[in-house]
Ligand binder design. Sequence first.
Ligand code: 5GP
Length: 333
Amino acid sequence: QCFCELIPKIELHAHLNGCIRSSTFRQLLSSPTDQTRLDTLDKEFSVGDTHARMANVFEKFSLLRSCVTNLDDIRRIARETLEDFISDNVIYAELRTRPRSFHNGKIPSSSYIEAILDIMKKYEEKICSRLILSIDRTQTLEQAMETLKLAENYRTHIVGLDFSGDPNIKSFERFRPVFDLAKQINLSTTIHIGELPDKECINENNLIIDYKPTRLGHFNFRTNDQEQRVLKEQIPLELCPTSNLLTMNLLDLTEHHFDLFYKNKHPLAICTDDSGLMNCNLSSELFQVVQTFHLTKKELYEFIFQTSNLIFDKNMIEFCQKKLNIFSQQSNL
Ligand code: 5GP
């Protein structure tokens, strides 16, 4: 695992609140009922089929959402997340989060964003990080438009728009106008796709591919035709091994779609998704890939190098590639 730990890494798919340390999560949960509920959810984490596992994860998200109640909480989560990435030798991270207000709107979502950006700036010497704003599948179109406006207002550090949230709600079509506007203003987009094996979800994949986002997340369940379209159109994929295994109900990566896309030299990023809730880090995610598919050190290096081309903040590509070059020379790759 050592080489995976040492190599400079790039994180492109991490939900900020999902990165919360489990110790912090437990501290923020004040009521004993919530603590007990979290224990039960932890115990049942990997039981059942894809739908049951997703339901478990999303119940945890709602518990998490209820216990993050002020700016100090989100500052702490941002700080600890960046510290964890730094100790894992992550040199560049795009963190995504759904903007939120606190105290019935007295603290607006712009303050939530500024609190996170302040922490990011404080850590800039040790890790370069940028923010992606998430639109949640359950939101209204009006809320999504607000999110787009926020992204426009903080353009230097907000580098894209994400579409995520409970995949049981098929709402991409409803939000398409917001994503069209994002394209018009040259804001990069990343869309969660194919997270459930049901027909409606797989049908929705077509709408998402038609839109042609800058990157796609997961793509666990898909048709052959959809697979071929994504390959042909070279839409980069963000793959998250631990999270994907959990939701796809697989024991290991042997049957994971990494292999297919990697063999086709498709643009790919290996990411953590929700490192706190999934109890993983980027080194461990890459290690699983390296072990299962027998990547050499040089192949891993080349893999991370190609991931750097997928960064939304194009100004950061050269920075990452320079760091990787230095590492390669020092390690005699
Ligand atoms: P936040 O946006 O609050 O910083 O991060 C947590 C949120 O990210 C969750 O409430 C959920 O909406 C979204 N999220 C995290 N992981 C996943 C995932 O694997 N799939 C989907 N669809 N959404 C996710």
